[in-house]
Design a protein around this ligand. Structure first.
Ligand code: AMP
Length: 601
């Protein structure tokens, strides 16, 4: 049961009572058409800002979620996620067309929203945004025997009341993919615009970083204004957006930047935020999903070992072999991220979470406290217990390069990824990458030590052997945080098995769009474009300048590109497209690579 938000929402009722209905679905669809036509960030912000300004508070909150293709925040909303087949059934029901005819159109258009948009009448019955929202919520929460039929019935009933253009977007929302090119960063800007004060952006962003809930941010903005945003605090039950680390060329550079610092092992598992509220424990993944059910041993250990009624801790969970104490590689650990057969998996791959930060304890928020204070409080709070699933990450505080290097070598020889070096007086930079944390990974002495997390934006059919799979290479991009755009950096043609290629094509085809997606910058034209969705880890030999790629171009004739890129592992389900490596990081990696070439580090 979710703690907050939709489901047991203490802050907003779900019924119609009290909901005002100022915004019609027709107005929303008109704005969405305009959004779809534009790819200029300023235009997107202006259109969405205007729409939000016209909405009542409850509508504004819902609208923000719907723009994300959801009914609530990622950690507590029921998934709508209707299968295309089910939607075709409902479209047939609502229009009186045969299912065969709908399927035929769907095969041609590749999108059920487009199909419904074409065959439903141009005028609807004047339904409000809130009615649409509540009907989608009823569809998402229908469960038990006969749920499937009930969902189809509810959707068909909704479609009968919608115009073609309205249905186009409602069905895309029902799939969880609105494809408007509006990312979280654009929504944050639009919220500031809706309040008529762009200078609120920073306070809005802070509130988002502390809550991971754009709807809640909208509500606080509207009801409490700037003072409310500034007062806003993190609290257990709402995941805090993770702080991220920068890279440097060597332990010496880390020390030059940080002075005396705290070094910790860098575990290669998955990041979890532990939230304890009394006897309840919630575990959130890096992308803010509630994954509590998947790791019962960590939840149990939290109740036993964390000496606070309410707390937020953060750590990295890694698989390990209790007999030898050896850590398991990421590819093995990641198999624990599944919802089924949890008990069997728990036995096969035991987990240990190494806590490395404390963000909240018994009414006190620790985010702005210096690391030394957070660490001391963490050590007071967690009772170490041998062989338990919850442990503290060991630390080394030093200002000595040789000592730091020795610690690094020790960690690598134990099979870890490297070390994290942290600023002693640094705050926890929620949602931001800063030099308060620096990562030094195994193999940093090599040309391009780190892998790059890329977002897939299309694929090419390819020639030769692989052409028979209809996919030969992947067009991959990195994220330009400032502009909220995805810029291509590589064409990846290796790293997948034959089966992997076939599966990849199936997945990408579900996200395919007829033209370059709104937020993508590319010089290359793939055979199939797809919405930025999947993140993959890519290893390359080096970063080069290239006229073929758009990353970091900034008006120059050449961008940055990965040389000899190959995929490692499979899709990173724990990362959103916006969590991919950023253009800034690529430029920084290029700088480190050049430094290394000239100074033989
Ligand atoms: P990267 O994903 O390569 O950017 O490295 C950052 C990630 O390392 C974090 O998001 C954590 O999941 C993970 N990590 C492992 N050990 C630590 C640690 N001691 N402190 C902070 N992050 C860690």
């Amino acid at each position: 049961m979710p703690l907050f938000g939709i489901g047991s929402a203490p802050r907003c009722a779900l019924g119609y009572e009290g909901d005002t209905m100022a915004l019609s679905m027709r107005e929303v669809a008109e704005a969405f058409v305009a959004l779809e036509k534009s790819s200029r960030r300023t235009t997107l912000v202006a259109i969405l800002g205007d729409l939000l300004a016209r909405a009542e508070t409850a509508e504004m909150e819902r609208l923000v979620y719907l723009c994300q293709g959801r009914l609530g925040p990622p950690f507590s909303a029921p998934e709508i996620g209707l299968q295309a087949k089910l939607m075709m059934h409902a479209v047939a029901d609502a229009t009186g067309c045969t299912e065969e005819a709908i399927r035929h159109l769907y095969d041609e258009r590749g999108d059920i929203g487009t199909v419904a948009g074409e065959i439903l009448p141009a005028e609807g019955r004047g339904i409000s945004l809130m009615e649409v929202y509540h009907q989608l919520l009823a569809i998402a929460t229908a469960s038990g025997r006969g749920a499937q039929a009930q969902k189809i019935g509810l959707l068909a009933d909704l479609l009968r009341r919608l115009s073609g253009p309205e249905a186009r977007y409602v069905l895309r929302i029902a799939q969880g993919r609105l494809r408007l090119g509006v990312g979280d960063a654009t929504i944050l800007d639009a919220l500031a615009t809706s309040a008529g004060d762009p200078s609120l952006k920073e306070a809005i962003e802070r509130c988002y970083n502390l809550s991971s809930d754009l709807g809640l941010v909208a509500r606080v903005l509207r009801e409490e204004g700037e003072p409310g945003l500034r007062r806003f605090q993190a609290r257990p039950g709402r995941p805090v957006r993770p702080a991220l680390a920068q890279r440097v060329a060597s332990p010496e550079e880390a020390l030059r930047r940080l002075g005396r610092c705290q070094a910790e092992p860098k575990y290669d598992g998955f990041r979890l935020q532990i939230h304890r509220v009394g006897d309840a424990v919630h575990l959130f993944s890096r992308n803010m999903e509630d994954v509590s059910g998947q790791f019962p041993e960590i939840a149990e250990a939290t109740l036993r070992q964390v000496g606070a009624e309410s707390a937020i801790l953060e750590g990295e969970a890694v698989g390990y072999l209790p007999e030898t104490g050896e850590y398991l590689p990421f590819q093995v650990t990641v198999q624990r991220r599944r919802k089924h057969r949890v008990e069997a998996m728990q036995e096969a791959i035991p987990l240990r979470l190494f806590a490395f930060d404390l963000l909240y304890a018994d009414g006190r928020e620790f985010l702005t406290a210096p690391l030394t204070e957070r660490r001391a409080a963490l050590e007071r709070l967690v009772t170490p217990t041998p062989d338990s699933a919850l442990a503290l990450s060991p630390v080394l505080v030093t200002d000595d390069a040789t000592e730091l290097e020795r610690f690094f070598d020790e960690m690598v020889s134990e099979g870890l990824e490297g070390i994290m070096v942290k600023r002693l007086d640094g705050a926890y930079t929620a949602g931001a990458r800063s030099f308060n944390w620096i990562k030094l990974k195994r193999g940093y002495r090599a040309e391009l030590a780190d892998t790059v997390d890329c977002v897939l934006v299309g694929y090419l059919y390819g020639r030769g052997q692989r052409a028979r799979f209809g996919i030969g290479s992947l067009l991959a991009a990195v994220y330009d945080e400032k502009r909220d755009r995805f810029q291509t950096v590589a064409k990846i043609g290796s790293g997948l098995s034959d089966e992997g290629w076939v599966k990849m094509r199936e997945l990408l085809d579900q996200d395919s769009v007829p033209h370059r997606p709104a937020r993508v910058d590319s010089v290359l034209q793939p055979d199939v474009w797809c919405e930025p969705h999947y993140v993959v880890e890519v290893q390359a030999d080096e970063i080069t300048r290239s006229p073929l790629h758009a990353a970091g171009r900034d008006g120059e004739p050449t961008g940055y590109a990965l040389r000899f890129p190959r995929m490692v592992g499979w899709i990173r389900a724990d990362k959103h497209p916006e969590d991919a490596t950023t253009v800034e990081e690529i430029i920084e990696m290029f700088r480190i690579q050049r430094l290394r070439a000239t100074s033989a580090l």
